[in-house]
Design a binder for this molecule. Structure first.
Ligand code: ADP
Ligand code: ZN
Ligand code: ZN
Length: 693
């Protein structure tokens, strides 16, 4: 007997193969079983799937499955449902999503290697052991935990920075593990650099062997090990970044998404999924609670957690509020510096420098925040109009003084700084504007005569993507800050979130104005979150809490955003933003998708988008007016690495209408792409619920 078995394999991003391929085998195989199958001249990892399958190539005989990796339990139905949903919703091939969700090393193992790998089984699942005592919950924590226990579904834990959200997660996980043997919890954080701290807290509470992590900073063997521990049920807690949303967890009983507003949850290539949104879907599908935590929730989640009113049934999420910091720690006082009133060219207002000097003399720490790395964003000639443009991108190359290079942050193109202006020979070429490297240098000058309590000179450090390139560099730099070896820390948003710096009592945002007038409608939301998060680093320790301050240097001190920031009033800020979004027909009050196209010329990219739109109109997709497509336009960063980029925006009142449109449009896009006149197109992709427009 032979059976026809549908198998998902990783298909090239632009293949139209959206479903499984058909293979022969001499027995039935359960869906979710991992197999190795021939495709073309290669042998690939595949997953036995359900439903219809396509014959890969009509002209040849059906091939047989080469091997079955039956040492592993099949991937369970809810996992397959998650993958199928993600593929459908984000308009990608199921095989691409499914295979990308597995650890890379699994793709390369044959049956024997896998068996050898599995025989190295860790000790049998231990009951989690509590090693550190849990603190008595605060009244707010206790209330949040009671509300959690009393209902099902998705919760928005809206807790100030330092209100003890992590303690709520720990207790919710503990309650789950006690209630059900074999239960597993998935805890997600936005960035790799936040995992060590959280991992340490979970390990201290639940024991070493109960916790595994999953993120892209791990080696392939480490990732495989964690994945197997999750898949076998041996790991009780899986802690990871956005990729962890796809972890195979047969005992899943709770999902936590910490800092749920963070843009890092959105994957920016391939299947552009939102791990936060998928977590909510997964929780609902598997009937388990989902806790989204943040001091500055995304407006999407905030909107979904709105309470019911007389004429609004309210959102689907239940909101849990923890407005106060644990202990006597209070939120920092916000001080706005009107840069209009400072001398021209002022980088640090004198009052801010004075405030930092006082901190240093008291042995406290300050954080200076600027979201731009390098020495200066542009180098310019004083005589002609030469600027350090990247020849390959529509962007300037950034001046890095450490190694005297001009580096493009988009394509990586790097050159030595020219001795003279390449255009007119003038020797006087100068940095314009400033990045973190220059701030660090300036601070060293301005604070040179300031001494620490022990009489030694001030210590200034910088943490950004440039100082942390090497593995382990970030950890060791953060450790220095925690140990008190640093008085003033200069950094990008990398250090603004999550870290529990105990001695920090001053945070200063040097130049946040760009976001106030950005063309991206989410820029104010991101700025507000960043400033609240950064402010959240200050005064976490009650001993210094009283005097903690958040300084903001701005040319627009009367901007309404700052009025809310001053009062730490996220709800007030969110209300005005949502009103604006509602009247402008923007998310969360509407749904969006982008189609992006890349080509050697802007014309080719836009022509493809226009033709694709035309195909949609001809197919009647816009007949009911539920989806509005805008004109194709160049992306705001129009050219990267000599590739021209264009995009077209789709808007709709609701997600279902948009989803129907996209599903019907997808095959048309492939067909248009195949026309000879679009040969010059390099690639196209759909971004559902895009985060930046
Ligand atoms: P968040 O995640 O909301 O920013 P954390 O969970 O990191 O806050 O808590 C802030 C600090 O308060 C941490 O040092 C934590 O150990 C401490 N903490 C949290 N809950 C309690 C509690 N119930 N009793 C005493 N200390 C607590
Ligand atoms: Zn010149
Ligand atoms: Zn470039």
């Amino acid at each position: 007997m032979t059976f026809l078995i549908p198998v998902l394999v990783q298909t090239p991003a632009h293949s139209t193969v959206a479903s499984a391929l058909s293979y022969r085998f001499d027995r039935r195989l359960a869906p979710g079983t991992l197999v190795r199958v021939p495709l073309g001249s290669r042998e690939l990892l595949g997953i036995v799937w359900e439903g219809d399958a396509r014959v890969p190539d009509e002209s040849v005989d059906l091939k047989s499955i080469a091997a079955v990796l039956d040492g592993l339990a099949p991937l369970a139905a809810p996992w397959r449902a998650l993958v199928a949903f993600a593929a459908r919703y984000y308009q990608r091939a199921a095989g691409e999503v499914a295979l990308a969700a597995l650890p890379p090393q699994l793709r390369g193992l044959d049956t024997r290697q896998l068996e050898r790998r599995l025989s190295r089984k860790p000790a049998a699942a231990e009951a989690p052991t509590s090693t550190t005592a849990a603190p008595e919950p605060t009244p707010e924590q206790a209330q949040a935990l009671r509300d959690l226990a009393a209902a099902d579904g998705t919760f928005l834990l809206f807790g100030s920075t330092g209100s003890g959200k992590t303690e709520v997660y720990l207790r919710a996980v503990a309650a789950l593990l006690e209630a059900r043997p074999g239960a597993q919890a998935l805890v997600m954080v936005p960035e790799i650099n936040l995992t060590p701290q959280l991992e340490a807290r979970f390990r201290a509470r639940f024991g070493e062997s109960a916790v595994v992590s999953l993120h892209s900073g791990m080696t392939n063997p480490q990732r495989l090990k964690s994945w197997l521990a999750a898949h076998s049920g041996q790991a009780r807690i899986v802690l990871g970044t956005r990729m962890a949303v796809f972890a195979s967890m047969p005992g899943l009983g709770l999902i936590v998404v910490d800092e749920e507003h963070d843009p890092s949850y959105k994957q920016q290539e391939g299947a552009r999924y939102s791990a936060r949104d998928l977590a909510v879907w997964r929780g609902r599908n598997e009937g388990v609670r989902v806790i989204l935590g943040s001091a500055t929730p995304s407006l999407e989640s905030w909107h979904l957690a709105r309470p019911a009113t007389a004429d609004d049934p309210g959102g689907r999420y239940l909101r849990l509020d923890m407005p106060n910091r644990v202990g006597a720690g209070s939120l920092p006082r916000v001080r706005l510096v009107n840069m209009e009133q400072q001398q021209r060219g002022t980088v640090f207002a004198p009052a801010l420098l004075e405030a930092m000097r006082e901190r240093i003399a008291r042995g406290e720490q300050s954080l200076v925040l600027l979201n731009r790395r390098g020495y200066a964003p542009v180098l310019a000639c004083g005589d002609c109009d030469w600027k350090s443009e990247c020849p390959h991108c529509s962007a300037f190359r950034v001046f890095h003084k450490v190694d005297r290079t001009l580096r493009c942050h988009h394509c990586g193109f790097t050159e030595r700084v020219p001795r003279a202006c390449p255009s007119c020979g003038n020797l006087d070429i100068a940095p314009v504007g400033r990045g973190t490297e220059r701030l660090e240098e300036l601070l060293a000058e301005r604070l040179a005569d300031t001494l620490r309590p022990d009489g030694t000179p001030v210590r200034i450090a910088r943490i950004d993507a440039d100082t942390t390139r090497l593995r382990g560099a970030l950890e060791s730099q953060l450790a220095q800050v925690h140990a008190g070896d640093v008085d003033v820390l200069v950094g990008t948003q990398m250090v603004a979130k999550g870290h529990d710096f105990r001695r920090m009592t001053l945070v200063a945002a040097i130049n946040p104005d760009g976001a106030l007038f950005s063309s991206d409608f989410r820029a104010p939301e991101r700025l507000f979150a960043l400033l609240m998060q950064a402010g959240g680093r200050a005064g976490r320790d009650a001993a210094h809490g009283e005097a903690s301050e958040m300084w903001v240097q701005t040319f627009h001190p009367t901007h309404p955003l700052f009025a809310n920031l001053r009062k730490h009033d996220y709800p007030g800020f969110a209300a005005t933003q949502i009103e604006e979004r509602r009247s402008a027909g923007l998310p969360p009050c509407a749904a969006q998708a982008l189609v992006r196209a890349e080509a050697r010329s802007q014309d080719i990219a836009q022509q493809f988008l226009r033709a694709a739109r035309q195909a949609a109109v001809e197919a009647g997709l816009e007949a009911d007016g539920a989806v509005v497509a805008f004109d194709a336009v160049p992306m705001s960063l129009q050219r990267v690495a000599d590739v021209e980029r264009a995009q077209m925006l789709l808007e709709s009142q609701g997600r279902p209408a948009l989803q129907r449109y996209l599903a019907a449009w997808q095959p048309l896009l492939h067909a248009v792409r195949a026309r000879p006149e679009h040969k010059g197109l390099i690639r196209w992709a759909i971004d559902v619920d895009p985060l930046s427009i």
